[in-house]
Design a protein around this ligand. Structure first.
Ligand SMILES: C[S@@+](CC[C@H](N)C(=O)[O-])C[C@H]1O[C@@H](n2cnc3c(N)ncnc32)[C@H](O)[C@@H]1O
Length: 374
């Protein structure tokens, strides 16, 4: 069945960088089955070639290999490695940039509606200065190809496509090669608002050139931190948000920064040395929260968890502290929406949400949500 082709009408965008269609009712064995189509756009009439799935599956996957009626939002992909069977790094190279953001808005809205029962339109904002969606990625990880070149993976595959020039790679990006680049003690220095942050060369740092500033200003606006506040910065990395939260609370305030990675916590110690009212803590966020008391001692909590989101133990650990405001930075709208529902269970309503196009040409989007106690 994989490899068979059908003409379909393409429907809405779905989370994951694909679009929902149904195979023709008269297709033998798979008639009417939902298929997630990549390289398509809503309203298009395309030939989809199936790439994954079996008879009886709830849904199949496929690529649009021919477009019979194109959307007005379709453009020629700037990258020659984007397309069915080619590099899987980008999902939306064939989509005009502002239309990519509208697709991400639909995804965020749909996830919030379906998983949190909220009808909240969220605008996806461009990173200031990013008007092409290219040359933004400051960290790249390539694979060595059999012919000795560098390449990137195909979509949902271990196969490598040789890539001479990745158009989303920023000039001067840090380049690592899987299995070859030593992961060790190398440290790089990143600068945000004239403040230097040391970070391990293979450690976490926001990947879009403009992401640290865009996220930082969104977090500071949302947190509404006042001098003297006590702030908890969870999943704090090397202390990007912590440093500026520390400045906002001032010497009469306090910030505890919780991070699980040993190297990141050590770098945070150095990056935050100018603020003796900051306490960097190494530990798993859920366990550190468990050990804290809910005596109203925390005014604001900021959290920036990995893709899977905060989940119940962490959300419950946060609400138990009864902060005035919670700011949630999320790189997956689906796990974000699940966390929104958990916060709501405990009386913390999503009072504002902004989204940022930190990963142009890909399906990914970053959301910053603000919660306040009801
Ligand atoms: C998305 S990064 C955010 C870092 C930081 N806010 C920044 O902008 O640079 C998430 C961080 O959470 C850390 N982390 C992941 N799971 C954790 C856990 N269960 N407990 C503590 N830290 C965790 C990772 O090591 C990583 O540094």
């Amino acid at each position: 069945m994989v490899g068979e082709s059908y003409d379909v009408e393409v429907g809405r965008v779905a989370h994951g960088g694909h679009f929902v269609a149904r195979l023709p009712e008269d297709a033998p064995e798979v008639g009417g089955t939902v298929v997630f189509v990549r390289h398509a756009l809503p309203g298009e009439l395309v030939t989809v070639r199936l790439t994954e799935g079996e008879v009886g599956d709830r849904f199949l996957r496929g690529d649009a290999v021919e477009v019979h009626r194109a959307s007005v939002d379709r453009v020629a992909p700037p990258c020659s490695y984007a397309g069915p069977g080619l590099c899987g790094g980008c999902d939306f190279q064939h989509v005009e940039l502002s239309a990519q953001r509208r697709l991400k808005e639909e995804v965020v809205r749909e996830q919030l509606a379906r998983l949190a029962g909220l009808d909240l339109p969220v605008e996806v904002e461009a990173v200031p200065g990013d008007d092409r969606g290219l040359r933004w990625r400051t960290r790249m990880r390539f694979h060595r190809t059999s012919s000795g070149g560098l390449g990137l993976r195909e979509h949902r595959s271990r196969s490598i496509v040789e890539v001479d020039d990745c158009l989303i790679q920023a000039p001067g990006a840090r380049v690592a090669i899987e299995g070859e680049t030593a992961t060790g003690d190398e440290v790089v220095v990143e600068t945000v608002r004239d403040r230097a942050f040391e970070v391990a060369a293979d450690g976490f740092w926001q990947v879009h050139l403009g992401a640290p500033e865009a996220l930082l200003s969104a977090v500071l606006d949302a947190a509404g931190v006042r001098p003297g506040d006590r702030v908890l910065d969870l999943y704090s990395g090397v202390g990007l948000f912590t440093a500026f939260l520390a400045e906002a609370v001032g010497v009469t305030g306090h910030v505890t920064a919780v991070e699980g990675d040993r190297g990141a916590t050590e770098h945070a110690g150095a990056n935050l040395a100018a603020y003796p009212w900051v306490e960097p803590v190494r530990g798993s966020v859920d366990r550190v929260l468990e050990s804290m008391t809910g005596d109203g001692a925390w005014d604001v909590v900021v959290l920036d968890p990995p893709r899977e989101g905060a989940r119940r133990p962490v959300v419950e650990g946060i609400v138990r502290l009864e902060p005035r405001t919670v700011v949630h930075v999320a790189c997956d709208p689906s796990s974000f929406a699940r966390d929104v529902a958990l916060f709501a269970e405990h009386g913390y309503r999503l009072s504002a949400a902004r989204a940022f196009d930190l990963f142009p040409m890909t399906q990914h989007v970053e959301v910053v949500g603000t919660f306040s106690a009801r």
